[in-house]
Design a protein around this ligand. Structure first.
Ligand SMILES: Cc1cc2nc3c(=O)[nH]c(=O)nc-3n(C[C@H](O)[C@H](O)[C@H](O)COP(=O)(O)OP(=O)(O)OC[C@H]3O[C@@H](n4cnc5c(N)ncnc54)[C@H](O)[C@@H]3O)c2cc1C
Length: 419
């Protein structure tokens, strides 16, 4: 195919992956980033999980059943603060409508296909370009605290087996054999699900690595280049106006990969992206006793908290707050994550160290399906809405964008813009 000039807006993990795949495919890429470095927003200190088999959408009948209790509990990982914005209300209504078994099955199937494609795409990139981002395929153990939760997990494993996932349901002893560091937490482990193929990796490092390779292959990367508006003529984007006033040509195509901020640029063109920021938190603690720290990635469903072993450190992440685009770090949430880490893996981490508190806004759609591909504006594509799975899905999403530009929209049909 003839090389195209492509402008990508946003150098988070999703935009960086798109820039990498498109540059490798021979296109001339310009990557524009508002900040002064790549991966400074939601892709900075996330849960570090390459969670290929845990893609079940948040909107489900099970979530709906638990919703009232979760919203009333002050310690709950879920928090809703009504902001009065139409965006929050309409997103919430669409979320509730998506809480049905048919939608859950449809979304799980589509997301698994995308996550497996992402895994293959990332493996190929690691091989071709020796990407260094603390990538380790150590497997993932999801633990639950009740027989009822274990039965529900077993049903999900049975359903996903037919979709190509290799997962094993374990009893308490088998969970502790898999991850001996959970010994002190035994009372809360009724069993779990072990998935050997799951991986961890540092999203920020991967973003940086991908952007470095784009530059090395001749792509253009510009920082402090916040796009203020897209200029159109008829049904085409012809240019981009930066906040500084500079005007840039659009090239043959523009790919919007600006995470939670994407609706700001898309809306004036009549492109309505169903995104709402869902806030989460992380802390990162130095490990002081390797024997007491997890070697595999662990998710505690009781607290909805993930633990990712990174070299010499433990990343702990969780919470889902619908509070608008507010990035302030709530000290109460950090205290909750610290307490979770010390209860679950006592003695593993340095309790007196700076926990590197962080918050990020997941760009979430009501169905958990990202929006990938063409829009009603001829040369405008979107790669947004990866919610809790941006690190996991970025590489496969980038390939879908590459296929759309090559004239084949079919692989992206489950993620197509619906208006
Ligand atoms: C607590 C937490 C834990 C998570 N854990 C995981 C996990 O374990 N595994 C996983 O797969 N995912 C995880 N996620 C989700 C994942 O982090 C996100 O899905 C992902 O980072 C989204 O990437 P993005 O590139 O779309 O957005 P971002 O990383 O936010 O990047 C968007 C970029 O666009 C730039 N930008 C915005 N507007 C403009 C503009 N007008 N002009 C130029 N640039 C612009 C921004 O500066 C930013 O750099 C987690 C998220 C959170 C909050």
């Amino acid at each position: 195919m003839k090389p195209l000039a492509i402008t990508i807006v946003g150098a988070g993990i999703v935009g960086a992956a798109a820039a990498y795949v498109l540059t490798r495919a021979g296109h001339r890429v310009t990557l524009l980033e508002a900040r002064d470095a790549p991966g400074q927003l939601t892709s900075f200190a996330n849960g570090a999980q390459l969670s290929y088999s845990y893609v079940e959408p948040l909107a489900s009948p099970a979530t709906l059943r638990k919703l009232p209790a979760m919203l009333l509990d002050r310690q709950s990982p879920l928090k809703l603060r009504l902001t009065g914005e139409w965006a929050q209300l309409s997103w919430g209504l669409r979320f509730l409508r998506a809480c049905n078994p048919r939608q859950v099955h449809r979304a799980t199937e589509a997301l698994l296909r995308l996550s497996f494609a992402s895994r293959d795409e990332l493996a190929a990139a690691c091989e071709a370009d020796d990407l260094r981002f603390h990538h380790a395929v150590a497997g993932k153990l999801v633990v639950v605290d009740s027989p009822a939760a274990l039965a529900a997990a077993r049903r999900q494993v049975d359903c996903q087996r037919a979709l190509g996932c290799e997962q094993h349901v374990l009893d308490t002893d088998a969970c502790l054999d898999r991850e001996p560091a959970l010994a002190a937490y035994r009372a809360h482990v009724a069993g779990g699900v072990w998935t050997p193929g799951e991986a961890v990796g540092d999203a920020w490092l991967l973003t940086r690595e991908l952007v470095d390779r784009v530059r090395a292959m001749g792509g253009t990367v510009r920082y402090q280049a916040r796009v203020a508006a897209l200029r159109t003529q008829g049904r085409r984007v012809t240019g981009l106006r930066l906040e500084s006033g500079e005007e840039l040509p659009a090239g043959d195509a523009v790919v919007l990969a600006s995470g939670s901020d994407a609706p700001v640029l898309a809306r004036p063109l009549g492109v309505k992206l169903p995104l709402y920021p869902v806030k989460g938190y992380s802390i990162t603690l130095p490990v002081v006793d390797e024997r007491l720290a997890p070697r595999v990635s662990v998710t505690d469903l009781r607290r909805k908290t993930v633990y990712a072993p990174l070299p010499g450190r433990l990343r702990i992440a969780g919470m889902a707050e619908l509070v608008g685009p507010d990035l302030r770090v709530d000290p109460e949430r950090i205290a909750q994550l610290l307490a979770a880490a010390h209860d679950t893996f006592p003695g593993a981490c340095d309790a007196s160290a700076d926990p590197q508190p962080w918050s990020g806004l997941r760009p979430c759609t009501p169905t958990s399906l990202p929006v990938i591909g063409r829009t009603p504006v001829d040369n405008l594509l979107v790669d947004v809405g990866h919610g809790s799975l941006g690190l996991t899905l970025a590489m496969g999403s980038a390939r879908l964008i590459e296929r759309c530009l090559a004239g084949d929209d079919r692989p992206a049909r489950h993620f197509a813009y619906a208006g």
